[in-house]
Design a protein around this ligand. Structure first.
Ligand SMILES: Cc1ncc(COP(=O)(O)O)c(C=O)c1O
Length: 411
């Protein structure tokens, strides 16, 4: 049997890590081990600089002329083109706009308008709530003409049939981190004549996704997690090129018009991804995202995935050695079936996470009993994971006699 890794092993891995050079691009607080990059990624120096430049040099200097002089109008397309290689898409298949929730609505409504005689959307029960709520809202808007089926994972494939016009699934589960087989499920949906929309919120920047090889129809995702775009940074949406001009988002708005500055009364959609724009983009948030995306140019996603698996394997192996902890693994044990975070359950999960945060180990809590720890290879070291589990052991030992803690609004 191989001996468990030691702290010296971790230092050795850090010394040989091809991504170690990227850590300096982040503004990290000494004394903090940040394990919540699946919720809000860390700040890059680049993001801070780009945001400052947009405010002071562009807005502050050139005012409204900046839309042309600094290319503000095309920024949603330029940032989409930067995200495209991370998800196996072409540069003109991805747009940055709005939030993930709004983009979900735009694409699900577009699919609903071209559904023919089909009337069902299939999604997963226990999916991230917004994915289900947006679809339920769409069904209500359409007066019950469509139906949303939220099926458990084990029944997903069998529920996709000739009545299904759209399948909406999250590639990496927000709680358990369990991965779905994007290629196989996409093929299955297509074989049943349905379109598929993937939520890549926990995938983009965590591992390579190949929407093109799978011929997936649509995708959406957050940029404030593994892409480090900043709190509330704009989301992205992907539409396969051959579909782009055949559908229209249910949210038709002026920036998606073929000639927005003609100010015509009648809506005429722009060609390509431009029709998926809605209103004026939140440019300052776009600047923060632009800065964060700048660091991806020379990063190999295979290195990212390899390190993410190694970090989370180290974490799980050390947690398993904390005997009698009351912790149980809620993520798949095999690294190939997991995304880049690890979920554990604990009866006093909220108190546990609060105590960890007080000791500088930041993860998060998801009701009723899940604590999540994310392993972000761009700024996390193996020694950080080592230290985090040491502190976790100490916190658990003290937890039995600690008081119950009142929950904050954001957990
Ligand atoms: C899978 C998934 N989809 C969507 C969202 C939220 O999207 P929005 O940016 O609209 O809040 C999250 C947020 O954590 C998520 O985990």
């Amino acid at each position: 049997m191989t001996p468990p890794p030691s702290r010296a092993d971790c230092q050795g891995w850090d010394a040989r890590d091809p991504l170690a050079r990227i850590r300096d691009k982040f503004r990290l607080k000494p004394g903090v081990i940040y394990l919540d990059g699946n919720s809000l990624g860390a700040l890059t120096h680049n993001s801070a600089a780009c945001t400052r430049a947009m405010i002071e040099d562009e807005w502050g200097h050139d005012l409204v002329r900046s839309w042309n002089v600094h290319g503000w109008f095309d920024l949603p397309h330029r940032l989409g083109a930067k995200i495209a290689p991370l998800i196996g898409a072409a540069a003109d298949e991805v747009l940055v706009a709005d939030s993930t929730s709004v983009n979900l609505f735009k694409l699900a409504s577009a699919a609903a308008m071209t559904r023919g005689t089909r009337h069902r959307i299939v999604t997963e029960s226990g999916n991230f709530p917004t994915d289900i709520y947006v679809l339920q809202g769409l069904a209500a808007l359409l007066g019950g003409a469509i139906e949303v089926v939220a099926a458990p994972r084990s029944e997903l494939l069998s529920r996709i049939d000739e009545s299904t016009f759209l399948v909406v699934l999250t590639h990496i589960h927000y709680k358990t981190a369990e991965l779905l087989d994007l290629q196989a499920i996409t093929s299955h949906a297509h074989a049943q004549g349905a379109r598929i929309l993937w939520d890549l919120s926990h995938s983009v920047g965590a591992l390579a996704v190949d929407l093109g090889a799978a011929r997936a129809d649509f995708a959406v995702g957050c940029t404030y997690k593994y892409l480090n775009g900043g709190p509330g940074s704009p989301a992205f949406l992907y539409v396969r090129r051959d579909l782009q001009d055949t559908i229209c988002p249910g949210l038709a708005a002026w920036m998606g018009h073929v000639a927005p500055f003609e100010f015509a009364d009648d809506y005429e959609p722009a060609p390509g991804m431009a029709r998926y724009r809605s209103g004026t983009p939140s440019l300052i948030a776009f600047a923060a995202l632009e800065g964060a995306l700048g660091i991806w140019d020379d990063i190999d996603l295979r290195d990212v995935r390899r390190k993410s698996e190694a970090l989370s394997e180290l974490f799980i192996a050390r947690v398993e050695a904390v005997s009698g902890s009351g912790l149980a693994l809620a993520s798949p044990r095999e690294p190939a079936r997991r995304g880049s975070h690890v979920a554990l359950t604990h009866a006093r999960g909220y108190e546990l996470m609060q105590a960890l945060i007080a000791r500088g180990v930041i993860g998060d809590f998801r009701a009723p009993d899940v604590v999540r720890f994310s392993f972000t290879p761009l700024y996390l070291r193996f020694v950080d994971v080592w230290e985090a589990v040491t502190i976790l052991g100490e916190v658990l030992a003290a937890l039995d006699c600690s008081e119950l803690v009142r929950r904050s609004g954001v957990t």
